[in-house]
Design a protein around this ligand. Structure first.
Ligand code: C2E
Ligand code: CA
Ligand code: CA
Length: 701
């Protein structure tokens, strides 16, 4: 046998090429698995197979050139090219195997066999390209060992490529390490294969004529291989850069998208779904209910007293309160229900409810939830909600009908005294259409002189005498009969009719008071209610002065009632108007006291003469401990501020008795007379005087 000697620099070069080829293989495997499109995958697979095949083959070829025999050798081009082809095919197969999402054992096994077999086939085909005569004598055990090494190394390489295919920055070092192991294994296979070959003495190389030969080929192959592999790696790295840039762009884009989608579908203050999302959910609920033959409820919630909070504490506090309310509502929802904010202080809840009583229970629960104290910016705030309920499919079957009917029901709850839950009923529909008609008639009412004032007496509890009357507006409609403000006032305010109507009220009340004075009742004053819109109207002070002058009424006989919330809204400008009214000598009364949020500081500075305790607090005294405590606190506060305190809505002797005990100054209510036409006023006062003459409590006498 010839002895084979190896040129060490070329052996090292072959190892370098092997490691580089392995690194390229690992890198390209990762490119294939992260490619976004089928085409990109195919390109990476094809290019990868070519680079890796060329790499492995170059290693093998350089390794062959590193070995020198005592006789000159060359390589037959056909077989040599075939060995290159085998290397490329085996590489393509291997890359294909590891680029799938999973690598079960069988796949790894088949891949290792395919690639290892391919590498061995390439090696022995390459050897055969020398066309040695006589044939190379192979040691079968070493050949077997070389094949086992090829398959084992391929299996390990595939497994590593698979594990490292998900690219992360720290995997670069892992990949380099893995490439070294793989490169060494490929070389190990090659040199084991070489060791298996024995060249009998006197062998001649049959490929010499026309074959590729010579040491000059080695540098060329090395340079070519390194260039191809480096290009592949650089390309892959550039692509990765581009990819990771694209990735981060994509992820920030999708994050932004998510935020935009959230913003577009949610209310920024409460984070609840907005109208748009509600519409979608409602459609889904309708479809689901239709399919499954079920029903559900739409609840329309409108906050009571929210405006008062806004007026008293400013918009920021109001906004924060809304946020808390949204939170409370959202938390109260079951997973399939939706609570949405649809307007300033309006919310809609869409909730699964098998029957009406389930919806009623939910509404009651939400009502109670709203009644619980909210703490905002250190203030304890109390509000309530009026809730209207419409049921699918009993009340309506389309989204817009469901909402408008729940809205109509809410309106009823609100006008029935707020903080209530009301189901829709068809008579409410008529109302909505009727409102338009009503408005048309209301516009004519002033000219047609259809308004009248009724008067409700006000009594001094200690002296048992009438001290005056509150003028309450009535509309004597030729078609509808006598209407109270509840029916038309909101509409009049909405249509801007309240200012001219209010001026008429002022004038008429002054006329009546002057008439009473003329008949000897000059201790009677008349109180006129002002709505917020009138209070803000610049002509108010002049209108008051004109009315007083026209009827020659002393200013002290006129009282203007403004609600607590109106007075506390825009405190500085309210104060300026109130001071002008006060300077005229006209009295100021704070109406509905206890329902707004007074700042004590301003209350002290207000030029008011009177506080009227809202009838809501009187209703349940003395039975209700909370209300009783509130009423006595208001009476004490009024005494402290030297304001006359009036209890409104006194209906029962027990209430009367209790107010006497609290040393309340004045009372007003059905017990002493409802509002009546001026003609009946004297009679009502006389009846009440008799009731008051009977001492109700020994101390009060
Ligand atoms: P308000 O100023 O709180 O007037 C008292 C209301 O309570 C009146 O209702 C009166 O009839 C009613 N009331 C009196 N005693 C009792 C009682 O013992 N029990 C019960 N449950 N209710 C009692 P009315 O006349 O329907 O007026 C409602 C509201 O309309 C008034 O509330 C006032 O805010 C407003 N209003 C009335 N007249 C005018 C007006 O001329 N101009 C303006 N801007 N608003 C007016
Ligand atoms: Ca009043
Ligand atoms: Ca009142």
């Amino acid at each position: 046998m010839y002895s084979v000697s190896y040129a060490m620099p070329l052996v090292l070069a072959s190892l370098l090429v092997a490691v580089l080829a392995a690194y390229t293989a690992l890198d390209l495997a990762a490119r294939i698995s992260s490619a976004r499109s089928v085409q990109a995958r195919a390109w990476w697979l094809g290019g990868g197979a070519l680079c890796m095949g060329v790499g492995i083959w170059s290693m093998h070829f350089v390794g062959m050139l590193a070995a020198s025999l005592p006789v000159p050798v060359a390589y037959a081009p056909g077989l040599t090219l075939l060995s290159l082809l085998i290397a490329v095919a085996a590489s393509g197969f291997a890359l294909y195997m590891v680029s799938s999402a999973e690598l079960p054992a069988w796949r790894l096994g088949v891949g290792a066999l395919g690639m290892g077999g391919g590498v061995a086939a390439m090696h022995y085909t390459g050897m055969a390209a020398m066309r040695m005569a006589p044939f190379i004598q192979y040691d079968p055990w070493l050949v077997l060992l070389s094949i086992v090494i090829a398959i084992g190394a391929s299996g390990a390489a595939l497994w590593m490529a698979f594990k490292l295919r998900l690219r992360e920055s720290r995997s670069v070092w892992l990949r380099i390490g893995a490439a070294c192991v793989m490169g060494a294994a490929i070389c190990g296979m090659h040199y084991t294969g070489m060791a298996a070959a024995g060249f009998p003495q006197g062998s001649l190389c049959g490929a010499l004529p026309g074959g590729w030969s010579g040491q000059g080929l080695a540098p060329l192959v090395i340079v070519a291989a390194v260039a191809v592999l480096t290009a592949a790696i650089v390309l892959s790295m550039l692509d990765m850069r581009f990819d990771s840039h694209t990735d981060s762009l994509l992820s920030s884009l999708s994050r932004a998208h998510g935020e935009i989608a959230f913003l577009a579908l949610h209310d920024s203050l409460t984070k609840l779904p907005n109208r748009l999302l509600l519409d979608r959910r409602l459609e889904v609920a309708i479809r689901h209910a239709r399919r499954t033959d079920q029903c559900f409820a739409v609840l329309f919630l409108d906050l009571d007293g929210f405006k008062a909070v806004n007026d008293a504490f400013g918009h920021q506090t109001g906004d924060r309160l809304l946020g808390l309310i949204g939170h409370r509502l959202g938390d109260a929802m079951r997973p399939r229900d939706t609570a949405a904010r649809v307007g300033g202080d309006e919310f809609i809840v869409v909730a699964a409810a098998r029957r009406r009583d389930e919806a009623a229970a939910l509404a009651a629960r939400l009502g109670a939830l709203m009644r619980e104290v909210f703490e905002v910016d250190g203030h304890l705030l109390r509000i309530s909600a009026s809730i209207g309920i419409a049921m699918y499919p009993d009340d309506a079957s389309t989204a817009s009908d469901l909402m408008s009917r729940a809205d109509a029901a809410m309106y009823r709850a609100k006008s029935g005294g707020r903080d209530a839950q009301t189901f829709f009923d068809p008579s409410m529909l008529v109302n909505a259409q009727e409102d338009l008609q009503l408005l048309a008639e209301l516009r004519e009412a002033l000219e047609r002189r259809e308004f009248v004032l009724h008067y409700q007496p006000k009594f001094d509890l200690r002296r048992g005498v009438a001290v005056g009357a509150e003028a309450l507006l009535r509309w004597n409609s030729p078609t509808r009969g006598l209407l109270t403000p509840e029916r038309f006032l909101a509409l009049a305010e909405h249509a801007g009719l309240i200012v001219p109507i209010g001026e008429w009220v002022l004038d008429e009340a002054c006329r009546q008071a002057a008439a009473w004075h003329a008949t000897g009742h000059d201790e009677w004053s008349v109180a006129v209610n002002l709505s917020a819109l009138q209070f803000d109207h610049p002509g108010l002070v002049d209108a008051v002065g004109d009315a007083l002058r026209r009827h020659e009424l002393p200013p002290s006989s006129l009282v203007l009632e403004i609600t607590e919330s109106t007075a506390m809204r825009n405190v500085e400008s309210s104060m300026a108007i109130l001071e002008r009214i006060d300077a005229m000598g006209v009295g100021i009364s704070i109406d509905d006291f206890g329902t707004g949020y007074s700042s004590l500081l301003y209350l002290k500075r207000l030029p008011a003469r009177e506080l009227k305790i809202d009838r809501g607090f009187i209703r349940d005294i003395p039975g209700d401990a909370d209300d009783t405590a509130i009423v006595s606190a208001i009476v004490a506060l009024a005494q402290r501020l030297q304001l006359r305190v009036v209890a409104e809505g006194v209906e029962t002797p027990a209430q009367h008795e209790h107010l006497v005990r609290l040393q309340c100054d004045c009372v007003q209510g059905f017990l002493f007379g409802a509002a009546t036409a001026a003609a009946d006023f004297a009679r009502v006062v006389e009846q009440a005087r008799q009731r008051l003459a009977r001492p109700v409590h020994p101390c009060a006498a």
